[in-house]
Design a protein around this ligand. Structure first.
Ligand SMILES: Cc1cc2nc3c(=O)[nH]c(=O)nc-3n(C[C@H](O)[C@H](O)[C@H](O)COP(=O)(O)OP(=O)(O)OC[C@H]3O[C@@H](n4cnc5c(N)ncnc54)[C@H](O)[C@@H]3O)c2cc1C
Length: 320
């Protein structure tokens, strides 16, 4: 059975980003079992000659693709599918990737599976692994209707150390004009947070803290330790409780303190990737099945609104 596989390159300002090699590594796992042709697609306003290791490259070049828009990327991908006729389309599970992947699948009347972290191949069938229920379960999906659009978690398929030969590069000059959306501004927020970089103890708040007022006890807990800082999960940052420069995880900071205290954090793969190198992890979560406990040295199954005040009271006794 032949599988034509299309890989959507992740790019910034026309340059192909390293995560694309991981997508090729994922595609190669499938290609190793089938007679597959790998074609990477690079949408953008591309001014420099380019190629990619391990796959042919189809550049969809258009001034309307100078900056990412969901509509623009979806149109570029559709144009590419007419050329490649893929059975499987592989996209990075990044903030842009998971933005356009489901729309692309719907337009192609195919299937979409997001956050894929592994592949299992038996005979003619491929199953895709992802976690579910806030990381509590490992799920294996078989999929039916082609084309299948998958988004792949960054870090799940390590890029090979060696560089395969680059394939052939082809360029299509297109006139893609997003009609519904236009790019206004692109700015990189200040991600520097020296406090977090140098902290030996990090107390991190998740959605489970419930309300901004509970940040006070998170701060009080952090101040029980020298060289400490507070941080948060993405939900805590999205809720405005914690600054984005203190978000821990895949799209935030990677931290490795001596002690990481996770308060009301479920333990999504994206959060774990930012704190898994912590020396000791203590988690407070009222759900005994919370995924964070799999990565914790000390698991406290309790409502944090009960546990943290009790902890602070006890800590006070020892300080005085
Ligand atoms: C491309 C992409 C990138 C991402 N990058 C990041 C990233 O960098 N960092 C990140 O954190 N997330 C990231 N996410 C989001 C991630 O998938 C999760 O949605 C997020 O980590 C969940 O945050 P949380 O654990 O605070 O919330 P939830 O998953 O909602 O968990 C809340 C937890 O609190 C517990 N809880 C509730 N009330 C209490 C209580 N009173 N006492 C004790 N426990 C309680 C619950 O049992 C639950 O386990 C990313 C997602 C995508 C798609």
């Amino acid at each position: 059975m032949s599988h034509s596989i299309m890989i959507m390159c992740e790019q910034s300002e026309g340059r192909i980003l390293a995560v694309t090699d991981e997508l090729i590594a994922c595609a190669t796992q499938i290609a190793d079992h089938y007679d597959s042709r790998l074609t990477a697609v690079l949408p953008g306003l591309i001014t420099e000659p380019c190629s990619i290791s391990g796959a042919d490259l189809l550049v969809i070049n258009s001034p309307g693709l100078a900056q990412y828009t969901c509509e623009g990327w979806e149109k570029a991908a559709l144009l590419a599918t007419e050329q490649i006729k893929p059975k499987i389309i592989i996209i990075a599970h990044t903030s842009t990737g998971y933005d356009y992947a489901p729309r692309l699948a719907a337009l192609l009347e195919g299937c979409c599976l997001t956050s894929v972290s592994g592949i299992e191949i038996t005979g003619d069938s491929i199953s895709y692994r992802r976690s579910g229920f806030h990381g509590k379960l490992d799920l294996l999906y078989g999929v039916g209707k082609a084309p299948l659009v998958i988004t792949v978690l960054p870090g799940a398929f390590p890029a090979p150390d060696w560089q395969a030969e680059p394939g052939i590069t082809r360029i299509i000059d297109a006139d893609i004009k997003p009609k519904l959306t236009s790019h206004v501004q692109f700015s990189i927020p200040d991600q520097s947070n020296t406090e977090l970089d140098h902290a030996e103890v990090i107390v991190a708040a998740g959605k489970g803290i419930g309300q901004a007022e509970n940040l006070l006890m998170i701060r009080d807990m952090a101040s029980c330790f020298k060289r400490s800082a507070i941080a948060g999960s993405r939900v805590a940052c999205d809720n405005g409780w914690i600054e984005y420069n203190a978000q821990v995880g895949l799209t935030g900071k990677k931290v490795s303190p001596l002690l990481y205290v996770a308060c009301g954090i479920s333990g999504s793969a994206q959060h774990i990737s930012g704190m898994k190198d912590s020396k000791t992890v203590v988690s407070i979560n009222r759900d005994p099945e919370a995924a964070i406990f799999r990565y914790s040295d000390i698991c406290i199954v309790e409502d944090l609104e009960k546990f943290i005040p009790a902890f602070l009271q006890e800590a006070k006794k020892h300080q005085s």
